[in-house]
Design a protein around this ligand. Structure first.
Ligand SMILES: C[S@+](CC[C@H](N)C(=O)[O-])C[C@H]1O[C@@H](n2cnc3c(N)ncnc32)[C@H](O)[C@@H]1O
Length: 369
């Protein structure tokens, strides 16, 4: 029987108390994000690293030259972040006496140290918690109410009049553009060494590969270091290729992936398609298909992206869903589930695909002509 609009089911006392706590958590999660931004801004992960991997509150106050009156407040920020796994703490029972240590999460926030081919994620955090990103997200309800002809601009684009990661973004705010570009480069490169170790089979037999939107060639260089027999080409926009290092190992090609993709046995699209709308993805995939030989000759497109689904457990699923919201608020793209991916592959003229491996929240997919 349908519930009457003027009445509502009364929760039990236990349910109500849980609902209240959950309401606090979900309404206030932004303060966890801001606490994370604060410690990244203060470079606390880097300070703990420089102090030998373990630091007390007074150690941090001295290392960062913070006024001692703020020490108890920093302790409260650290407590939230220990609870959410950003840091670990020994001796938690005595307030003020904790010894903070890095966790795998805060280790990727240590700045100025390159570990396992990846750089610090400092600029990813500063970008996604920036005033522009949060303002765009604050405008979501208004954005929903506005009727627009497709292609629908993102809330970011509607609010600020320019798309993110575009030539015009710097005109909006040069510092934002710089932070976002550095953040995307660091974010997209995180885990490349793991992919190369875990997915050796998809690269071993290859003679040549084009890394589409491969930026300054960081991924391509790691790939050639691991598999020196692969002839590697990087395609990116002229403004990026002009600044790429002439290393004599990678063949850099300036161009637009909507117009042409340099031919190779395989084309790789690593974290490219989530940025684009479905229509644009089909156009990009069709260009990639033209660039590769038939399947019998080893032709394939290698896609590294999120495949949204709950099979990896609630934490990975939540990470995937939040990354989808990030793309929805700031770009015309999004994260896709397997059905959605398979429809795009079919529309672009591919006959088959295989999810080769799930690595964390992302997957490695091979798509065949
Ligand atoms: C997020 S994607 C690249 C991700 C990259 N594959 C990685 O994993 O590090 C950003 C790159 O796409 C490039 N790009 C954007 N539009 C492009 C286009 N139309 N043609 C070629 N490259 C493009 C940008 O210049 C930038 O280097």
């Amino acid at each position: 029987m349908a519930a009457h609009a003027d009445t509502i089911e009364v929760p039990t006392d236990a349910e109500l108390l849980q609902a209240q706590a959950d309401l606090w958590r979900h309404s206030l999660y932004y303060l966890t994000s801001m606490a994370l931004r604060c410690v990244v801004d203060l470079e606390i992960p880097t300070a703990i690293h420089r102090l030998g991997g373990v630091a007390s509150l007074p150690d941090l106050m001295t290392a960062l030259s913070l006024p001692s009156v703020k020490m108890p407040f920093l302790g409260r920020v650290m407590r939230v972040l220990v609870n959410s796994g950003v840091f670990a703490a020994d001796n938690e029972s005595e307030p003020g006496m904790e010894l903070y240590r890095l966790t795998p999460l805060s280790r990727v926030l240590v700045h100025g140290v390159v570990a396992d081919e990846h750089h610090s994620q400092k600029y990813f955090v500063l970008g996604v918690t920036s005033p522009h990103y949060t303002e765009a997200a604050l405008g979501l309800a208004d954005w929903f109410k506005k009727d627009t002809e497709p292609p629908v601009p993102s809330p970011f684009e509607e609010k600020f009049g320019v798309p993110l990661l575009d030539e015009k973004t710097a005109l909006l705010d040069e510092e934002l553009d710089d932070v976002v570009n550095q953040g995307v480069a660091a974010h997209d490169n995180l885990g490349i060494a793991t992919i190369l170790r875990e997915c050796g089979d998809i690269f071993k037999g290859l003679e040549s590969l084009t890394d589409c939107c491969g930026g300054d060639g960081t991924t391509a260089r790691a790939l050639v270091k691991a598999y020196p027999h692969i002839k590697c080409t990087v395609l990116d926009l002229p403004k990026v290729i002009d600044k790429a290092p002439a290393d004599g190992v990678i063949n850099y090609v300036a161009g637009d992936l909507f117009h042409t993709v340099p031919p190779s046995q395989a084309v790789m699209l690593k974290l490219v398609l989530h940025f684009w709308s479905d229509e644009d993805c089909v156009k990009i995939l069709a260009q990639c298909r033209k660039a590769i030989p038939p399947r019998e000759e080893g032709g394939k497109v290698i896609i590294i992206e999120i495949v949204v689904g709950p099979s990896l457990g609630p934490v990975m699923f939540e990470a995937q869903l939040l990354m989808d919201m990030l793309m929805m608020v700031n770009t015309r793209g999004g994260q896709r589930d397997e059905k959605h991916w398979s429809e795009l592959f079919k529309k672009a003229g591919f006959t088959d695909y295989k999810i080769v491996k799930k690595l964390g929240a992302r997957s490695v997919i091979e798509v065949y002509p």
